[in-house]
Design a binder for this molecule. Structure first.
Ligand code: SAM
Length: 274
């Protein structure tokens, strides 16, 4: 029988941020595939776990995935871990998971720390809908293009960034997205954890260029038309109708406008008014 592939989240700083289930899985699997075996060894020593390790990092992801799949086919259970947090989130993992699914091998998530989610929830911005972007391209032109692509996005945006690039990235963001409100989550779960909140200009003025950071950016403001449609949609149909009627529109025009505001078919609105 084939083994199972466990995708195990590990701490992003504080070593206590690992679940009991994750510890048990790491104890029970036959092999652990790690992004950096030396790094993972420190965690395993702390947990008093000794296991055969396979290195699995971005540059050898494709070839090492085949090795891992062979082990799974031999019936071995394998856990995949990255240096910190959730594998596959701006970390290796995607490749072996895809291959395992293609081979009908069971893939089991073992949830835990993820810098993106924990930064988002304490950012103070909307958590209803969000967009994870991860690392922006390094080259100035590519970085600008990527930000141009998403500048109209009204969902909260989440970026990962290295400390030595934070100033450049924040100033390109200010240029392209405008001086929006952001929250930079620094060193979360560690001793010097802090959230620096404010406009991009305010944050640029105080942020240290060290430590691990996540930039959470408030989504773009909806344009006036969208905001109007949204507030009209919260009215009852009768109130909505009256709003346009008082402005002197004909019944036909009103039905058309209500359907557009509510993003439904004209017929649906028409039926309700018969
Ligand atoms: N897979 C990881 C996860 O689940 O969050 C992310 C790995 S990615 C290579 C590393 C980036 O995550 C860092 O550059 C930083 O942006 C963010 N990060 C990781 N740990 C963090 C922490 N303790 N505080 C703030 N950001 C962190």
């Amino acid at each position: 029988m084939e083994g199972k592939l466990y995708v195990v989240a590990t701490p992003i700083g504080n070593l206590e941020d690992i679940t009991l289930r994750a510890i048990n899985v790491l104890k029970e699997v036959d092999i652990i595939a790690a992004e950096d075996t030396r790094h993972t060894l420190k965690l395993l020593n702390h947990l008093e776990i000794s296991k055969p390790l396979i290195s699995y990092y971005k540059e050898n992801e494709k070839t090492k995935s085949d090795v891992i799949i062979d082990k799974l086919k031999e019936g071995k259970n394998v856990a995949i871990v990255s240096d910190a947090g959730t594998p596959g989130i701006s970390d290796p993992g995607e490749e072996v998971i895809k291959k395992a699914i293609e081979e009908d091998i069971l893939v089991v998530p073992i949830p835990g720390a993820c810098a993106a989610i924990n930064s988002l929830i304490c950012s103070g911005f909307s958590t209803k809908e969000f967009c994870f972007i991860g690392f922006l391209p390094v080259k100035h032109g590519d970085k600008t293009r990527k930000l141009e692509e998403i500048k109209e996005e009204t969902k909260t945006l989440i970026f990962y960034e290295a400390p030595h690039k934070i100033m450049d990235t924040l100033s390109v963001m200010r240029e392209v997205l405008g001086d929006r409100n952001i929250a930079v989550a620094r060193e979360i779960t560690k001793i010097h954890e802090e959230f620096i909140r404010g406009s991009i200009s305010e944050v640029i003025g105080v942020i240290p260029e060290k430590g691990e950071m996540v930039i959470v950016v408030e989504g773009a403001q909806k344009n006036k038309k969208d905001r109007e449609a949204e507030s009209l949609s919260s009215l009852s149909l009768e109130e909505h109708y009256k709003f346009y009627e008082e402005k002197g529109f004909s019944k036909k025009e009103i039905i058309k406008m209500i359907a557009k505001d509510r993003n439904v078919s004209k017929n649906e609105i028409y039926q309700k008014f018969i």
